[in-house]
Design a protein around this ligand. Sequence first.
Ligand code: FAD
Ligand code: SF4
Ligand code: SF4
Ligand code: SF4
Ligand code: SF4
Length: 417
Amino acid sequence: MAAKGEMLYAWTNDPNLAAKAECGGAVTALWKYALENKIVDAVFAVKKGADLYDAVPTLIKDPKDLDDTAGSLHCGTLLMAKLIKKYLDGAKDQKIGVTVKGCDAMGIYELAKRNQINLDNLFLIGVNCGGSVSPVLARKMIAEKFEVDPDDVVKEEIDKGQFIIVTKDGTHKGISMDELEDAGYGRRPNCRRCEMKVPRQADIAAGNWGVIGDKAGKATFLEICSEKGADLVSKAVTAGKIGTEPANPKGIEIRGKIENSMLKLADKWRARDFEALGEGDARLQYILNETSRCIKCYACVENCPICYCETCSTKNPALVPPGRLPVSPMFHLIRLAHVADSCVNCGQCEENCPMEIPNARFMHANQVELQKIFGYRPGRDLRLPILALVEEKSERARLAATGSDQIYLNVFQPAQE
Ligand code: FAD
Ligand code: SF4
Ligand code: SF4
Ligand code: SF4
Ligand code: SF4
């Protein structure tokens, strides 16, 4: 029987799935068992769309369709958390199994605190994450640095610090991430700064780090993070869906070392990215200059897992005059004031910005400053964010009842009879 805290090597017993899966196929095999046995009503995972640069979020109810979701899409920069709120009614009425990267898990926790997602209805299998590559930049990088037509690539992987591509004719080509990132390619800037490498808020954290010996490349490393996770693994083993063995102690040590070195690397990127912003007034000026090219398309608000309000303050004409370019700085100051305490550095506000404004860097820099003062680390557990502690009780009750934060509505728009 598996237990919380245990570390295992696990693999699917289905050879067809093993051929499609990223390493041991344990993640997809566990989802299949959970769906077949109604532990979940549906699985929300990611599958390949038109090509490997096109990661498509997909809700699966028939276990047969799960094989399509096997494998890792490193150009899959989407965020599952906001999609659950927007399109799956926050899992209010159905039990959903979700494969999550660290940023997905953190976004889900922050939305759960805001009553936008029902965490009790979610089963989370986390995947360790060294980083993802923006699909547009990946194509450019493959053309310019690898000198390969991006459409000729049939597989990509990140292994031992290299970004590796496999082309139609079976040729493998790898370039070190350091070299790529020094040249402005590689992982997204927020991923370089990310410190959520093993998402232990999930019920199970799965990865390939630490799988050594004869199981290398053929098993998934599982860290069991909850009783719920332990129960699923035990049942799937008993049903013969997956095989497991205790993780090799040397492998556990290696995995720990890799995780630590990734955290140190993230610290370096934070220092580099944040120093470039300057401090105090200089930082504010930098942010105002960069955001002055904003066209107020709302992509940052729409995709941010911390922005959940039905009526956004940035749409209040008294605060942000409509129809004017450049956009009033208030637009960005409102977002900074509302979001910075809880920003999970998921990168969505930057990835989706048509004006290529490094929004995530600004917000993340401020989050780190607030964390130094108040100690609040977003997305890790269910502790309430800083702003929740300073809001008045009546204000919270009104927010919960109306979903609106328009506290000035009555002042600027006379109440309807
Ligand atoms: P499979 O059975 O093949 O299932 C894979 C699952 O991942 C499926 O549910 C699929 O829908 C989901 N998935 C694929 N792409 C994405 C995506 N972009 N976003 C969300 N879900 C996705 N492991 C490490 O140990 N070290 C790493 O540095 C590392 N980096 C990763 C980076 C990314 C972007 C991703 C997606 C995964 C990474 N992993 C890493 C995890 C590893 O690649 C495997 O996903 C994990 O070991 C499970 O293997 P499996 O064979 O059991 O999974
Ligand atoms: Fe992975 Fe972190 Fe980037 Fe999310 S933000 S894709 S968890 S490295
Ligand atoms: Fe402005 Fe970019 Fe946000 Fe659009 S996504 S509103 S352009 S900052
Ligand atoms: Fe993610 Fe940007 Fe929102 Fe931070 S501000 S949580 S990086 S979308
Ligand atoms: Fe985000 Fe603030 Fe708008 Fe709410 S009111 S959606 S927190 S910017």
